[in-house]
Ligand binder design. Structure first.
Ligand SMILES: C[S@@+](CC[C@H](N)C(=O)[O-])C[C@H]1O[C@@H](n2cnc3c(N)ncnc32)[C@H](O)[C@@H]1O
Ligand code: SF4
Length: 147
């Protein structure tokens, strides 16, 4: 079903007070190279990270996509946010605030109980990065020891 139709249906349900909150998922389709590739088993759509420019270009697409969804999501409550992957903690410290700005563009009011999770790999979670993630308003991190 086309995305526009799905969003229009959600708006209609919401106007009838029968809607449910929206959960947002932002992917980052890059990972540090592994041997064997893709951690040897991963089925997620990722490419080998080749530098910060990848993330900047991808972020620009996220920004443009968020702008397209803005009107459709107006007045719909937010259920949860998940920054997944790939590897979402490849971003530099300054970017987590910008990611949350995108979320706030779509959902200006974020209740305290909303889980906002960022997923990543342990070796990229520096103390500075965790602080930047927290300061940005994210309140949960998720990681596994798969590599
Ligand atoms: C897609 S990764 C993203 C976060 C990070 N890159 C990582 O490896 O933890 C999220 C989780 O999915 C798991 N995963 C990836 N491919 C899987 C598969 N084919 N079956 C089950 N779990 C998988 C990983 O082990 C990891 O715990
Ligand atoms: S780091 Fe995570 S997302 Fe990336 S290839 Fe490995 S399991 Fe998949």
């Amino acid at each position: 079903m086309p995305v526009q139709q799905t969003l229009a249906d959600r708006q209609k349900l919401h106007s009838l007070k029968m809607g449910s909150p929206v959960n947002l998922y932002f992917g980052v389709p890059y990972c540090i190279q592994t041997d064997p590739g893709k951690c040897g088993y991963c089925l997620f759509p990722v490419e080998v990270f080749s530098g910060n420019i990848d993330l900047e270009i991808y972020f620009d697409y996220l920004r443009r996509e968020a702008a397209m969804y803005k009107d459709f999501l107006k007045d719909i409550p937010l259920g949860a946010v998940f920054f997944g992957g790939g590897t979402s903690n490849l971003y530099k410290e300054t970017k987590y605030g910008e990611l949350m700005d995108l979320v706030r563009q779509l959902f200006p009011v974020i209740p305290e109980y909303v889980d906002i999770t960022l997923e990543g790999i342990p070796q990229l979670f520096t103390r500075e990065k965790i602080k930047a993630i927290k300061d940005a308003g994210m309140n949960r991190i998720s990681m596994a020891f798969s590599r």
